[in-house]
Design a protein around this ligand. Structure first.
Ligand code: MD6
Ligand code: FE
Length: 213
């Protein structure tokens, strides 16, 4: 497992690999993800309350995270095209293994695109079958101000995530509240058209038993 920095957030388990991807690796990943998204176009989901997200989303892999009037869930198909999500690039599956050491491969990769004023409110990731499996997050393009808070009503700590940085929520921090306060527009030229792409890798479906779940 590659060495990481443990960031003090009031809960153990927030791991950061600053510059986890080299500039050529970042560019390659953006190119690969952009190409594969031609068959799974980015769309703007709505919250269960009917409010549109400011972030545009799509997914790669067997399962994809979706939100609509029916709630939050994972499903195998794109809500607008009805097609299966495209496969996850092999590079991402390898990164998950190297960085998390989790015995099962990721089965979901959420793609978030932030442009302009897009942000993401504080939330917990808890739609996965096994809440002990880590969540691995890759930042590409403009720097994000990521907020992590150990509990409700606590402001928590802001951590800047620059292009190529990789972080993970593991252990006690797996259920930390977190969100994106804002994007520092123009801080990177990596994404054609500007903005930030975040790739979040997860083990969403039930495990196979290899991890004891
Ligand atoms: C984002 N990330 O970075 C949103 N969730 O755009 C997340 O919501 C997230 O970065 C779980 C673990 C790591 C994350
Ligand atoms: Fe999250």
């Amino acid at each position: 497992m590659r060495r990481f920095h443990e960031i003090d957030t009031g809960m153990a388990g927030f791991r950061l690999w600053p510059g986890g991807l080299s500039t050529p690796e970042q560019a390659g990943l953006v190119e690969q993800v952009t190409a594969v998204l031609e068959t799974a176009p980015l769309y703007r989901p709505v919250t269960p309350g009917g409010r549109p997200f400011s972030v545009r989303m799509s997914n790669l892999g067997p399962l994809g995270w979706v939100s609509d009037r029916g709630g939050y869930r994972y499903q195998a198909t794109h809500p607008e095209t009805g097609a299966a999500w495209p496969p996850m690039p092999e590079r991402l599956i390898d990164l998950w293994g190297d960085l998390t050491g989790w015995p099962e491969p990721p089965d979901a990769c959420l793609v978030n695109l932030y442009r302009g004023e897009a942000r993401m409110g504080l939330h917990q990731d808890r739609d996965e079958a096994d809440l002990t499996a880590p969540v691995l997050s890759i930042s590409l393009g403009d720097t994000a101000v990521f907020r992590v808070a150990p509990a409700e009503g606590v402001r928590g700590r802001a951590v800047k995530l620059a292009s190529g940085d990789i972080c993970a929520l593991t252990g006690p921090a797996r259920l930390a509240r977190h969100g994106i306060d804002r994007i520092l527009a123009g801080s990177s030229g990596l994404i054609p058209g500007g903005g930030r792409i975040n790739l979040t890798l997860r083990r969403a479906g039930p495990g196979t038993g290899a991890s004891g779940s």
